[in-house]
Design a protein around this ligand. Structure first.
Ligand code: SF4
Length: 90
């Protein structure tokens, strides 16, 4: 999930609702996550808006809290990589 920084009103609801504790307010980012700000903003501009709730992926628990997982992202999704447009995107 990414959040559009142009639309976010900093209400904090997603922070409270995330069961994986994976969402952080910009001013409370854990050490090492600074590249996530630019990455989030780029993907938010490229990906379609989610309009329905989806079930977690089958392997979600396996990835929760796993260090270095950004290095396993496919090309185009890793921080710093050019964004590959989503087939269902705008
Ligand atoms: S739920 Fe999260 S992304 Fe949405 S407005 Fe609130 S803080 Fe921003």
């Amino acid at each position: 999930m990414v959040s559009d920084p142009e639309e976010c009103i900093d209400c904090g609801n997603c922070v409270e609702a995330c069961p994986a504790d994976a969402i952080h307010p910009e001013d409370e980012l854990p050490a090492g996550l600074a590249p996530a700000l630019e990455w989030n903003a780029r993907l938010a501009a490229e990906l379609p808006m989610a309009t329905t709730r989806v079930v977690p992926l089958a392997d979600a628990e396996q990835w929760q809290g796993r260090p270095g997982k950004w290095g396993t992202l496919p090309a185009g999704l890793a921080p710093g990589a050019p964004v590959v447009p989503h087939p269902a995107g705008p």
